[in-house]
Design a protein around this ligand. Structure first.
Ligand code: SAM
Length: 277
C-alpha cells in the first residue's frame, strides 16, 4: 500500500474512532438532521388566539366523564408488586413538590380513563412519546389486562432520567410476565428524528397516543402533527401537562386551527389533560 493511501486510511480510521467515542459519551445527541415539516412551520406561524376550545359532547360520552373519578386506586396498587416497588419507581419521584407520583388524580385517573376507553375494544395499541421510567406503560398493561391483546410502544431519549428506558424495559418485562396478553417495544431517540418516525409508522396505527415528551411549542407541534398521522381511525390523542406548561394549550389551539383535529375535551388530572380527535 502506498504511503499516501496509508495516511488517508489512518486519517479515516482516526475520524471514525473520534465519532464513535463522541457518540458513546453523548448518546442523547441525535445523528440525524432536524427537519421541520411545512405543516409544522405553518402551525407555528398561524394565529390561534381566537380559537375557542369547546368541549366535545361525543368525546365526553365516550370517556364517561362522570364516572372517571369513581373508585380511584392507590398508586401502590399500580406500581408495587408483593409490597416492593417496580423498577420504574425511583426514590426521588416521592420528593417532587406536587405529589405527582402519589396523587389520585394522576396515574389512578389515567388507569380509570384507559379502562373506560378500552372497555368496548378487544385489542389495543398504545404509543407514548416521553416514557421516562415507564409508569404509563404499567398503567396501560394493568388497565388492559382483560383484553385479548395490548401493545405499548414508547420513545424517549433518556433526557430526564439516566437509564430511564432501561428501567422502563425491566418494568414492562414484569408486566409481560404477569399479563400474557401484554407486549411492548421501547425506542431510544427523539420523536422528531426522521428514521425513528419511520419505525412508528411501520408499527402503527395506534388507538391511544399519549404525548408527554418535548414541552416546547415547536416540539409539541411536531408531536401533534406526527400523532395525527399515526392514530387509528377511531383513536384518541392524549396531551399531558395541559395546565402545567402554557405552550401546551397554545399548541393544542394551533393544531385545531390547522384542522388536524376537530374534537377536544379537557380532563382535570393533576397537571391537566387534553384529549383530541
Ligand atoms: C414528563 S417525562 C414523561 C413522563 C411519562 N410520560 C410518565 O407519565 O411517566 C418527559 C420525557 O420526555 C422525554 N423527551 C423529551 N423530548 C423528547 C422527544 N423529542 N421525544 C421523545 N421523548 C422526549 C424526556 O426524556 C422525558 O423522559
Amino acid at each position: 500500500m502506498s504511503i499516501y493511501r496509508k495516511i488517508k486510511l489512518g486519517t479515516f480510521e482516526s475520524l471514525m474512532a473520534l465519532l464513535f467515542s463522541l457518540r458513546e459519551r453523548h448518546p442523547h445527541i441525535p445523528m440525524h438532521p432536524f427537519v421541520i415539516s411545512e405543516d409544522v412551520k405553518r402551525a407555528l406561524a398561524i394565529d390561534a388566539t381566537g380559537v375557542i376550545l369547546g368541549i366535545s359532547r361525543r368525546l365526553s360520552d365516550r370517556i364517561m366523564i362522570d364516572r372517571l373519578s369513581t373508585g380511584l386506586i392507590q398508586h401502590k396498587e399500580l406500581f408495587y408488586l408483593n409490597e416492593k416497588p417496580l423498577p420504574c419507581v425511583i426514590e426521588s419521584d416521592y420528593k417532587l413538590n406536587d405529589n405527582w407520583l402519589t396523587a389520585e388524580n394522576n396515574y389512578p385517573l389515567y388507569f380509570n380513563l384507559y379502562k373506560i376507553l378500552v372497555s368496548r375494544m378487544d385489542k389495543v395499541r398504545m404509543f407514548e412519546i416521553g416514557v421516562r421510567t415507564g409508569y404509563q406503560g404499567v398503567v396501560c398493561a394493568k388497565a388492559c389486562k382483560n383484553m385479548s391483546s395490548a401493545f405499548y410502544m414508547g420513545v424517549d431519549p433518556n433526557l430526564y432520567v439516566d437509564k430511564g428506558l432501561m428501567l422502563a424495559g425491566e418494568t414492562l418485562n414484569v408486566m409481560r410476565t404477569l399479563f400474557r396478553n401484554f407486549d411492548f417495544a421501547l425506542i431510544e431517540g427523539y420523536s422528531w428524528e426522521r428514521n425513528i418516525q419511520k419505525s412508528f409508522f411501520y408499527s402503527g396505527p395506534f388507538d391511544i397516543i399519549h404525548i408527554d415528551g418535548d414541552h416546547s411549542l415547536q416540539g409539541k407541534l411536531i408531536d401533534l402533527e406526527l400523532a395525527r398521522h399515526l392514530v387509528a381511525p377511531e383513536g384518541l390523542i392524549l396531551v399531558d401537562d395541559y395546565d402545567h406548561h402554557p405552550v401546551i394549550k397554545e399548541a393544542v389551539k394551533k393544531s385545531i386551527a390547522m384542522g388536524w383535529f376537530s374534537e377536544f375535551i379537557y380532563i382535570p388530572t393533576l397537571r391537566g389533560l387534553a384529549i383530541l380527535q
